[in-house]
Design a protein around this ligand. Structure first.
Ligand SMILES: C[S@@+](CC[C@H](N)C(=O)[O-])C[C@H]1O[C@@H](n2cnc3c(N)ncnc32)[C@H](O)[C@@H]1O
Length: 490
């Protein structure tokens, strides 16, 4: 299954093949008659094509394409890039099924991405450059359907929260009369860290007035899509939930409580009183962070040394105090950032360090090469608070009472309105705010919750009226449920 050529490496080309019961079910959902012509835009070794003779597959990996030809002799398999083929073909299909490659934007780049995004733009789906490959694959495939056509795909669970999934869902509801997402808690691909859900869309050429959602623990293969467990109102999805589907994994009572909190003028988001950003990027942490013993040996004056939190792991739970920093110094931890400004006079001892072999190596690094002077680390701030941006159970918000700086291993939080902050921040470890971190952040593989600065700024501090209406046990259940969806607790 895994090809060794780097161009077609499993990760670079998103080549993770689908279990047979899943592909058989998706083909059955969309193929109604033997004469229906099916397309799989990234057919791999023919896992979907094998279930329907009248089919066409496209596959860029020549070895997989040849396997598909052997495995699905009735099918027509084109070897090459799907988008190049899609732009040229005049063929139209009754149905489509498959598992598009999941290649993140850093790798899904260059001419291939430009062609894919332009093609989608012409179909009415406006993706940004931060889009992973699977979403344009789905839009471009939809554009090859006949009126009334349908499609079923394996999709990453990111469809429930990623910003780039929103233009995909917007396109789908504008282009199909039925759009259904099947959210599956247990992993479809047990060996992948990424969770997968299923997408079904029917009635190409129509418009949907809701997204049908089916929330299940396990995938049960059936010949028709499972019955929706809920209809997601598009207006609410857009205005209350920032075009995310993940909140719909929660009970309606919790969603109404959260929605009511958002509508209350006394509710605040973190961004109302603080700015969340990333810590500095030194370009070479080992060179720029000295141990106290090395700083002494090299005679670096203390005016050029800024104590700093180098690794998120070292962050205490509540507060960073002088005693915390003294402890790091006693351990001789490398926490002293060499802090130099542009146009600053530099003492000989520091010059010697910059000109050491370690300094010559550090200046070759990407970040150092691209800034002038290479040794001046930009954006060194002394934040009021630091926030862990990857969390297992709780997102830590820690007061910086020691006036230290931090690398980008944590987020830096600068207060803009201290009065509001002192009123609201004590709520940080309340169940409502913890739930808000789960809802505004997103699940990463391996059970972790991640909060990007933009997501952290959206964390909600409810009004007193909301707190009085809420039930802590219910909120804790909701938090536990979202933790189970991200596999922190199973
Ligand atoms: C997730 S795998 C799915 C394969 C197969 N449909 C299945 O589910 O078993 C994605 C496939 O997309 C192929 N692929 C990646 N980029 C492609 C492109 N631009 N055009 C066509 N196929 C591509 C990969 O080589 C890989 O076989």
């Amino acid at each position: 299954m895994m090809e060794t050529s780097p161009e077609y490496s499993q990760k670079r080309s998103g080549a993770y093949f689908t279990p047979g019961d899943v592909s058989a079910a998706l083909v059955a959902w969309v193929c109604r008659k033997r004469s229906d012509r099916l397309i799989d835009p990234s057919c791999g070794d023919g896992q979907f094509l094998a279930f329907h003779a009248n089919s066409v597959g496209i596959e860029q990996n020549p070895i997989s394409a040849h396997r598909a030809i052997e495995r699905a002799p009735g099918a027509l398999v084109h070897e090459g890039d799907f988008f190049t083929w899609a732009i040229e073909t005049r063929e139209r299909f009754e149905c489509a099924a498959g598992n598009p490659p999941f290649i993140r934007y850093q790798t899904f780049s260059g001419e291939l991405r430009r062609r894919a995004l332009d093609f989608c733009f012409n179909l009415g789906a406006h993706f940004s450059g931060l889009t992973s490959s699977w979403a344009p694959f789905i839009v471009a495939t939809a554009g090859l359907l006949k009126r009334g056509g349908r499609m079923a795909f394996v999709v990453p669970a990111e469809i429930g929260h990623a910003p780039y999934a929103a233009p995909l869902l917007d396109y789908l509801v504008e282009s199909f009369s039925t759009v259904q997402i099947v959210a599956i808690r247990k992993k479809l691909f047990p060996t992948l860290s990424e969770d997968c859900w299923l997408l079904y869309a029917d009635g190409f050429g129509g418009k949907a007035n809701a997204i049908d959602l089916t929330v299940v623990d396990n995938f049960v293969p059936e010949r028709a899509p499972p019955r929706p467990t809920m209809r997601v109102d598009l207006e609410e999805w857009r205005t209350v939930w920032n075009r995310r589907l993940r909140p719909y994994l929660l009970p309606a009572s919790i969603r109404s409580l959260y929605a009511a909190a958002l509508a209350d003028p006394h509710t605040h988001r973190l961004s109302d009183f603080a700015t969340v950003g990333i810590g500095y990027v030194s370009g070479d942490n080992d060179f720029f962070h000295l141990k106290p013993s090395d700083a002494k040996r090299l005679h670096i004056p203390s005016a050029f040394l800024q104590p700093s939190l180098r690794k998120g792991r070292a962050m205490p739970d509540k507060k960073i105090t002088k005693a915390t920093v003294d402890g790091w110094k006693r351990n001789d931890d490398p926490i002293l950032l060499l802090r130099l400004e542009r146009d600053q006079e530099i003492p000989v001892s520091v010059k010697n360090y910059l000109n050491s072999s370690a300094g010559h190596e550090a200046r070759q690094g990407y970040k150092c090469r691209n800034r002038a002077p290479w040794y001046a680390v930009p954006d060194v701030q002394i934040p009021d608070f630091m926030m862990s941006y990857m969390a297992g159970r709780n997102v830590n918000l820690v007061r910086n009472a020691a006036g230290i700086s931090c690398t980008n291993s944590v987020h830096s939080v600068q207060l803009r309105n201290r009065r509001l902050a002192s009123k609201l921040l004590p709520q940080w470890s309340s169940p409502f705010v913890k739930l808000s971190c789960e809802l505004e952040g997103h699940a990463l593989g391996g059970g972790m919750l991640k909060l990007e600065p933009r997501e952290a700024g959206r964390v909600v501090f409810p009004s007193i009226a909301t707190i009085q209406k809420s039930n802590d046990d219910e909120l804790e259940d909701a938090i536990g449920s979202l933790q189970r969806w991200r596999h922190y607790a199973d």
